[in-house]
Design a protein around this ligand. Structure first.
Ligand code: TA6
Length: 283
């Protein structure tokens, strides 16, 4: 296969970088939000859900792919839902090819606009690495100011599925979890979590790899340094309220998110933190 350097492309009117590893694995990352909008492993099949009705508008979140959530998860704070990182323009720092991988680094640093919402000096960097059957997403946060700060973060990954009712998520049994729909905590009793209604849960202390199983294919999902796993599917009614998703969009996706929510990370001046999510296809 010919070596193709990472290429700057236009994706729905937004500047993006197209990574293509020499082994054929591919990803597309927007400067807007440092947002991964496409990932295909070596077999060329798209594994991230992207809503065909998504907005690609400056200042607005994209629906699908991997939104970067920082410094607040959901409505758990005073900022707009899921914080500001997914709405901002990031800068491409570097993109290159190795023998069997392609990698891009994008950065977001504080600006007048971010400080007006969250008065801290920070640098956020995302590294997106594709190789073979695997996508690695690493998020790094640095405190570049003189005061400590706390933050939550998530890689809000929209996994593409052919039919959500035919898939299951394994590896969560025994984990304690907050059901955000009822606000009740419970321990997961199921080996295989299946989706046939709205699901919005935060599983705590998830350390084992998870498996997203579908007929004839599977995805292994692992995280490091991000102790929570969020599982979300809006199902029919809630999906119909999302103007940037088609009516049946909920059937084609399940969000399996690596997150740090319950105990926000505290960073002293000069300190850094990193977290990672890895997806690996099994087909
Ligand atoms: O991660 C799950 C969640 O927080 C849900 O509660 C749901 O609202 C979803 O994220 C999407 O949020 P958004 O702000 O992108 O519509």
């Amino acid at each position: 296969m010919a070596m193709t350097s990472p290429q700057r492309i236009d994706y729905h009117g937004m500047p993006a970088i197209h990574l293509r590893s020499p082994d054929g694995a591919e990803a597309i990352v927007l400067e807007h939000g440092g947002h991964i909008v496409s990932w295909k492993s070596v077999n060329g099949v798209e594994r991230l859900y992207m809503s065909p009705n998504s907005l690609f508008t400056v200042g607005q979140p994209v629906r699908g792919g991997v939104p970067v959530i920082f410094p607040q998860f959901g409505g758990l704070g005073k900022l707009q839902a899921h914080g500001f990182a997914r709405r901002m323009n990031w800068t491409l720092v570097d993109a290159r090819l190795g023998e069997d991988y392609a990698i891009a680094h994008l950065r977001l640093i504080d600006t007048e606009e971010t400080r007006a919402q969250w008065p801290h000096a920070f640098a956020l960097e995302i590294a997106v690495n594709v190789t073979g059957a695997r996508l690695d997403i690493e998020l790094e946060v640095s405190n570049t100011g003189d005061e400590p700060f706390d933050f939550m973060a998530a890689l809000h990954t929209y996994c593409a599925v052919r039919e959500v009712e035919e898939c299951s998520v394994n590896g969560l049994r025994g984990q304690s979890c907050l059901d955000r729909l009822t606000n009740k905590e419970f321990r997961e009793a199921k080996d295989a979590l299946t989706i046939d209604q709205e699901v919005d849960r935060i599983y705590y202390d998830t350390r084992k790899p998870l498996m997203l199983n579908e007929p004839q294919r599977g995805l292994v999902i692992q995280s490091e340094n991000m102790p929570e796993t969020v599982v979300w599917n809006p199902w029919e009614e809630r999906c119909a309220q999302l103007t940037d998703m088609p009516k049946d969009g909920f059937r084609r996706m399940i969000c399996i998110e690596a997150a740090v929510i319950r105990n926000p990370v505290k960073l002293q001046p000069g300190e850094e933190w990193w977290g990672r999510q890895t997806l690996m296809t099994l087909d």
